[in-house]
Design a protein around this ligand. Sequence first.
Ligand code: NDP
Length: 393
Amino acid sequence: MSAALPGVALKRAVSRRKSIIMVIAKVWQLVRRPEGEPTVEDFLCVEEELPACSEGDSLLILEPDAPDWFSSSVSEIGSSLTVSNADDFTHVLVEAVALSIDPYMRYKARQIPLNTPMFGSQVAKVVESKNPELPVGTHLVHYEGWRTYTVLTSQHLKDKEHFGVMCLPEMGDLPKSLGIGILGMPGNTAYFGFLDICKPKAGDVVLVNGAAGAVGSAVVQIAKLKGCRVIAFAGSDEKVAWVKELGADHAFNYKTMNIGEALSKVAPKGVNIYFDNVGGKFTAQALPHMADYGVVSLCGAISTYNEEVDIGVPSLRSPFNEGTVIWKQLHIEGFLVFRWKARWMEGLKQLREWIEQGKLKYKETVFQGFEKMPSAFIGLFHGENTGKTVVVP
Ligand code: NDP
């Protein structure tokens, strides 16, 4: 491996020797633990020569039909790939098409070993394959991190804590990048995290923060589809205007509006459902406005991610006033979207149907250039994105 300056155009060093392609991947490594807000210096772009995508291991045994995972055909909407014996997975070389930037990466920056690739997902295209099930041109979603090229091997599949490798759902005319956005993890976070945990009823008053983000903007619209009254908060007037376009009954800029006062005004009888993407002070101000027996879906707490607390260590600045939770008999539930792994395609199918029917809108904030990975990530903490953040290398 050799270090390379971010932004320097690297030759896509691909040379054909017989049927073997040698590829130099660009990889962003985490080289320093961020202290507080991440900085560009916490990351280093290196070159990595990939092992040849040879005939590799023996025969491929792919089972694209794990029943609890996926019930529709590949051509219908998508597929997960499970490998009955991971050692039998023939190598494929994939090229990143769209890389995902997500808030959870801040946690990963505490957990992954230094000098290893930053964790993350991407939509990637198969560019070399010995595998008839995954011909050149197949699009996949994988979690191998911030890198331009990847050789997917049996080892990658074994090590996965979430999904490993999935075929991209069939996108039709929709952008393939939606596979890491509204038709991927963030979309399902909104779908299951709202519908399954909050069980909304028509007429419920729903509070959503981070409402112009990838997850929040979908929750706003799903709540409207279910007949709820939606109160949304976002961090700029432009975002507030967009959230209103999406159907929010009330939308506020939390940077210029007092959260408590706004809620007193538009939800005098209280909030039935609070979908929380932000945590911290926002939640401290929102909780007293819950109605009795209200439900809180704790999706994320981005306002606290740069605080140096580890998961499991109680924060002294906890937003929870136990008195409020007890006296209002609130139901508060945290979740990780991978809880719904077995129903993954159900969510994606419904979301796609709503998009096709014009009932669900989405935005992407696209950064052009692999060198933008760190700055796109840092931008999340400044609200630079509207909708899903994507880097196109
Ligand atoms: P977003 O697209 O919403 O991007 C992050 C946004 O958070 C920014 O644009 C910014 O919007 C807002 N933000 C940043 N810092 C602050 C702050 N200090 N106070 C208030 N708002 C802030 O990200 P996602 O939609 O991908 O994720 C939203 C939340 O959902 C995150 O907390 C994430 O960790 C969580 N999540 C949880 C999952 C789960 O399984 N539980 C899965 C996926 C996401 P603004 O301009 O409005 O401030």
